[in-house]
Design a protein around this ligand. Structure first.
Ligand SMILES: [Cu+2]
Length: 394
């Protein structure tokens, strides 16, 4: 509120100042140039400002490339990445060249042809040839860019079944991810939000035989050089699966299954060893060490050393803890992947373990007469529970 009042007071003061200066102007002698029409001096000043503005733009652009160019991602860790990066680079390079030239000419001409008292503007209605040239060149260039983009798009988006992709479901919910591998049959079991209960947090259909060998995990492991087809599902709101190092992103939409496929080509171990990543890790850790000195002085706990890992991130602002919605990705060799996979419990075994633990009261109910146990299969009410307890005592 105070800030609001201060702003109003400042605005009123500015208006007062402006009005006072107006009064001064009007009260000055008639010799001074009080005309509202720009004179040569005004035009020269505006011309120079035009030129200065475009120079400022260029300087800041060059500075940003120089200073922040290192924040570009390294070459993609997925097969389609090079295609994607090429399209991006060609589009940006074209836009860059055209904008540097046109922006420069626009401002330079504004300076060069600034108004002069002695000069009269030339009346020039139109020029068909010029108009044809500046229409047809952008048409050809844009059409080329769009067609190139469409080819790249269909190349990236079409995952053929012939490549035998590893099918993995990525399940998004506020605010975490789960991955479901389709197991030996490479077919995901059916799932529905209605089946969500206890450990079955993805709502996998227990009665579907394809679901038995599915494997649900909270860390995504991918074998290198094997095509992967991701099927995305959301439990609650719109999320977006974002794999920056693999140049992939796909919306995760409640009520439908979206998909995206790629082939990882660089293992986690390899990228950690790359020059780019070693530089990055070193510079992050330099910052952390500096910060740690401050923290030690304040008696606070220090930061851990940074280590790089691939991550799957959420790229849609989906709620309060959106910033922390991430899942670690480990790209490894086929052997390492198989060894890891062999250790993971399947969905079938997890559900069996669960029923062994949870279904014990029903087992006791089995001792009761047949008609009683039938009743128990329906929604149990309080009297049934009492009956079970009584049976146990007997
Ligand atoms: Cu999200």
């Amino acid at each position: 509120m105070t800030v609001f009042l201060v702003i109003i007071v400042l605005a009123l003061l500015a208006v007062t100042g402006w009005q006072i200066s107006k009064i001064f102007q009007l009260s000055q002698s008639h010799d001074a140039d009080t005309s509202q029409v720009a004179n040569d001096k005004d035009n020269r000043l505006n011309g120079i400002l035009m030129l200065a503005f475009v120079i400022f733009l260029y300087v800041i652009t060059i500075y940003c490339f120089w200073e922040y160019g290192r924040f570009y991602l390294p070459p993609a860790s997925a097969e389609h990445g090079a295609e994607y990066d090429n399209l991006m680079f060609i589009s940006i390079a074209l836009i860059m060249v055209v904008q540097v030239i046109t922006q420069g000419l626009l401002h330079f001409f504004a300076y060069k042809y600034k108004g002069k008292k002695t000069q009269k503007a030339l009346f020039y209605a139109d020029n068909d040839k010029l108009e044809f040239i500046w229409t047809i060149i952008p048409v050809i260039v844009l059409a080329g860019l769009i067609i190139y983009g469409l080819f790249t798009w269909s190349d990236i988006m079409n995952v053929s079944d012939e490549e035998d992709p590893l099918v993995i479901e990525l399940y998004a919910f506020q605010f975490d991810w789960r991955a479901r591998y389709s197991g030996e049959d490479n077919t995901l079991g059916k799932a529905n939000v209605r089946f969500i209960e206890g450990v079955n947090m993805l709502g996998v259909d227990e009665s579907d035989p394809y679901a038995k060998d599915d494997v649900v995990v909270s860390e995504l492991h991918l074998p290198v050089n094997r095509p992967v087809l991701f099927k995305f599902r959301s439990q609650d709101v719109l999320h977006s699966a974002y794999f920056p190092f693999f140049r992939a992103q796909m919306n995760v939409v409640p009520g439908m299954i979206t998909q995206f496929g790629f082939t990882p080509t660089v293992t986690t171990a390899e990228i950690k060893e790359s020059e780019y990543m070693r530089d990055k890790v070193r510079s992050v850790n330099e910052f952390r060490n500096e910060k740690n000195k401050e923290l030690i002085a304040e008696g606070e706990p220090t930061l851990d050393a940074y280590e790089f890992d691939y991550f799957l991130l959420c790229n849609k602002i989906c709620g309060q803890a959106h910033y922390n919605m991430q899942m670690k990705i480990i790209v490894e060799t086929e052997e390492e992947f198989n060894a890891w996979m062999a250790e993971q419990p399947t969905f079938g075994s997890t559900m069996e373990d669960k029923s062994e633990n949870v279904d014990r009261p029903e087992d006791t109910a089995g001792d009761a007469p047949a008609d009683d146990s039938e009743e128990n299969e329906e929604t149990p009410n309080e009297s049934d529970v009492v009956a079970v307890v009584n049976n146990e005592q007997n």
